[in-house]
Structures are given as C-alpha cells and as structure tokens.
Design a protein around this ligand. Structure first.
Ligand SMILES: C=C(O[C@@H]1C=C(C(=O)O)C=C[C@H]1O)C(=O)O
Length: 191
C-alpha cells in the first residue's frame, strides 16, 4: 500500500489535491441532488392531485429506520434532505400574503427580515455578523455573493425595486413571495 504524506514545506499542494477530490465529490452530490429534486417534484405533483401534504413525518421515520444509523451527524444531514425535498414539492404552491408592515427597533426588524428570507441553501449577499445575516444563517441560508437575479432588500435607504425595506423603525415588505422563494438569491443593500 502506498501512503502519500504531505510535507510541511508544501502544505498548499496537499490542500489543492484535497480540493480536487472535494470537487469530484461535489459533482457527484449535485448529480444525485438533481435526481432527488426530479423525484421530489414528481411526488409533489402526485400529492397535489390527491391533496396530501408535502411533509409526512411517518415516512421520514421509515426512511430513518431504513438508513439504520443513530449518528447525530447523519440525522442532521438527512433532515437537511427532508427539508430540501419538502421545499421542492411546495415550490409551486407558496402562497404568502402580498404585503406586510412591522415596526420595532432596527436590529429586531433586520432579524425578522433575515428569518423571513433564510432557508436551506438560499444565498444572501451581506456581511456576516449583522442581525439580518445571523437570522438568515440560523434558518439554514448561506452568506455569499448573490448570483443570478437577486431579490433586493434595503436596510436604511430606499431604492427602486426593493422587495422589502427597513426605514425609520418600520419593516415594509411588498413582495413576500419573492422574499420567501427558496431559489432566488437575496442582495442586502445597506446605507
Ligand atoms: C418524499 C416525500 O415527502 C417528504 C420528503 C421525504 C424525503 O425527502 O425523503 C420524506 C417524507 C416527506 O416528509 C414522501 O412523502 O415520500
């Protein structure tokens, strides 16, 4: 058996090798996730015609029993998969009220806005550590550079096309469907 040992003088090479390995792993996971999404959407359509709910805790328990692991890390990962497939099933029937206004202190309002927008895998362009980002991350979102067609949320200054803005102690949201959409990224515009 051959062992490859990273030399301390060349730690970068070891990281690059591991990154290649990780990329190949990422591609495999993405392929499987695409497949899972297709199945979830089909299950969602079948459920919609019979009026069944997206989330079925008994089925989740059956899946967990079939996996046969009591490792908490596996439990967290499988819950993430349940969360994603439930969202994929529900995507077509999100029905949120159109408009909402909430008043409060600025950090509290940012926190509410972050929890409205955050969901597993959703991307927001903001700085880590803000009240928005903390709530967004807590709900399973990811802070990164927004790509694609972001939903704009404005904090402290008004701007054309904002789905929600916090100004003068009021959070005013006009596009709750956009804010809660799991697919569109979010861009936070600060003063
Ligand atoms: C896929 C289904 O819907 C949900 C998603 C599940 C999953 O991702 O494995 C399991 C149970 C349900 O909460 C289903 O009902 O079978």
């Amino acid at each position: 058996m051959v062992h490859f040992i990273a030399r301390e003088s060349d730690p970068g090479k070891c990281i690059e090798d591991l990154r290649k390995e990780m990329l190949s792993n990422t591609l495999s996971i993405l392929r499987l996730l695409n497949e899972r999404r297709r199945i979830a959407v089909e299950i969602g359509r079948a459920k919609a015609t019979s009026g069944l709910p997206a989330r079925v805790p008994e089925q989740e328990e059956r899946v967990i029993r079939q996996i046969g692991s009591d490792d908490p890390v596996v439990a967290r990962d499988i819950n993430l998969l349940f969360e994603l497939s439930t969202q994929w099933q529900k995507r077509s029937d999100i029905s949120a009220p159109r408009e909402v206004s909430i008043s409060g202190d600025p950090a509290g309002l940012e926190f509410i806005l972050g929890s409205l927008c955050g969901s597993p895998g959703r991307i927001a362009e903001d700085t880590e550590g803000t009240a928005f980002a903390s709530a967004f991350l807590m709900k399973g979102g990811h802070i990164s550079r927004a790509r694609g067609n972001p939903v704009l949320v404005c904090i402290g200054s008004g701007r054309q096309g904002c789905a929600a803005e916090i100004r003068d102690g009021v959070l005013h949201a006009e596009d709750l469907e956009g804010l809660t959409s799991p697919t569109r990224p979010v861009r936070v515009v600060r003063e």
